[in-house]
Each structure stands twice: as C-alpha cells, then as structure tokens.
Ligand binder design. Sequence first.
Ligand code: AMP
Length: 354
Amino acid sequence: MSNPLPAGAVIGILGGGQLGRMLAVAASRLGYRSHIFEPGTAPAADVAHAWIKAPYDDLTALAQFAEACDVITFEFENIPAEALDVLSQARPLHPNRRALEVSQDRLTEKAFLRDLGLATAPFAPVEGDIQTALAITGTPAILKTRRFGYDGKGQARVMASDQAQAALDSLKGAPAIAEGFVTFSTEISVIAARNTDGAVSVYDPGENVHRDGILATTTLPAAIPARLRTDAVLVASQILNALEYVGIMGVELFVTPQGLVVNEIAPRVHNSGHWTQAGCAVDQFEQHIRAITGWPLGDGSRHADVVMENLIGDQVDAALTHAAAPGVQVHLYGKTETRPGRKMGHINRITGTA
Ligand code: AMP
C-alpha cells in the first residue's frame, strides 16, 4: 500500500463548478485542503482553501497553481494540452494525461474502445464527402463534433442521407464524427474507481433519463438483468486497467438486445454518480479523493435504492418542498443566478433498502 498524502496536503482541482465543489468537501472530510483553478464563477471556491482565477492557457498562473498543490485533478475534460504539459511536469496528475486525451476526442475515444474489443456504435470520421462516412455508419446516424460536446450540444441527427449536408453544416465546420444510430432500450452508466495501487471498485450501474440532452434522473437499481450488471462492471474495469487510470470514471452505456454498447467515457466524477451520496458508505467524491491521494478505496457497495433528480433551472425553486419529504437529501451548488438548462442542484431520494 502506498503512503497516503499527509493531513493538510493540497489537492489542486481544475474547474470550479459543482463537481469541484463536492470534491473539495470530500477532500476536507479526509483532512485535505483544496485549491481551485477556474477562470469563471467558481461555486467550488466557496468551500476551498484557495482559488486562482485565470484562463486555462495562462501558463504562468498554471505553474503557480501547480507549485501550491501536492496532487492535481480536474472536474472537466476540455483542458488544453499545453496546460497539461505544465501541470503534469510539476506534480502528479490524476487521472493521467492519456485518459484525458482519449476522452477529449470522440474519434480517439471510439477507436480506443473498439480496440479493447468493446462494442460501440459503428463510427467514421467525417473527412471530405459526408456520404463516405455514412456508407460506414448507415442511416439513421448522428453527427457529433469530435471535441467540446456536452449535454447533447454539438450534435445533429441524419435520418436519411439527403439530410446529411444540412446536418453537417449545423456543426459549423468543426471536425466531426458520424455514429450509426443505436437502438437501445435504456441508457445506463457505471461509475468506477482505480487507485494508485491498481485496486478497482465499481459502483452498481444506474439507469439514466435525459431531457433536452441533459441528465434528468438516475435510478438505482437499473432495471436490467444481473448478467448485464456484471458486464457493465467488467467493461468499466477493463477500461480503467487499459488506461492505468487513477480516480473515478463515468462510463455511459446503451442497453441493446445484443448486450451493452459503450457510448462514452468521462474521466472524472460524473453527474450520474451523485446517487452514491445517499446509496453507499463511500460516495464517488470521497472515492476519487481516496484514489488520487493513495488511500485504500472505500466500500462502494449499494445499501439503498435511490433516485437522483437534477434540479435544472427553476426546478431549484422546489428545493424546500423536496427537503421536507422523507428520505430526501438536497444538494444545492450555491449558484446565485438561475438560468434555463443550468444545473442548480440535485436531490437523492431514498426509495428502499438494497
Ligand atoms: P452523448 O453526448 O454522446 O452522450 O449523446 C447524448 C445523447 O444522445 C445520449 O445520451 C443518447 O441518448 C443519444 N445518443 C448519442 N449517441 C447515440 C447513438 N450512436 N445512437 C443513439 N443515440 C445516441
């Protein structure tokens, strides 16, 4: 067992949103301090020891940040390569650079998953004539920007090949990938952790429902056969080991009659893992901090049935009503401005004993 970082060590977190906030709270519970790097508003900074407010391409600020930290992690994946150079040369960076680079580009990500022998949607890069890509994927298909897509943004559906050019034009020239449309019964995700000793712990898969491209609910247990639950755990472990990954990863999967199809991976704590706060002794945020600081991984077995509901935009107005209901945990992110589509908080509703 490696030696954990000592009490008072500083965990650098790139990104200051709600994920960073919940990571910082978990870090404090294990005796650590958090240092946030975030150019915009930073709900995470409210609960952190320090905050550098600078752009991600400010290499001087990044070097100063790294100097002040013992280990560096991140809560979002679109960190520029030059920033990663500065950070990873100065301090341990978990998850590692390769994991970030694989997940930053949908084409690299899909090729990585396929090369591991995992099932993905048929895919092809869009280079030159869009019809060449569609010949591989078939229609219907989805065009997605290779980089910087989130919450369903940067995507266009192509129901038939004569719609392809218009769909491509809507992506405004960004490099893109075409994916064949997967007919799935449900979407699930699995949250998994690997620590510096290579130990792996995988949470029970949750079933996700999206509205307007944004995660609305995650329900545990997922209504899937036990065999697929095991498959999901194996898929996640295989990905973590292949990347020599350290930290929490979210793996999004489609459930199809042929089995599980991997949609995408997120090299960070994940919205669909928030249920672990009410469903497990050790939640995904603590597990991530444990993994990157050299602690043993904690008990991630599920002791409760849980429904996580995001509070998006003015849904946050119902927070007090939820708070008065039995078995409900309310989490608010401290964002002072409510905007449509903005994640303002979430609730975990305990619906039974596992
Ligand atoms: P993504 O940004 O890749 O997570 O895609 C957002 C949502 O679009 C997913 O949660 C799915 O509901 C849907 N989606 C993405 N890719 C596919 C696909 N190849 N086939 C069917 N639905 C998809």
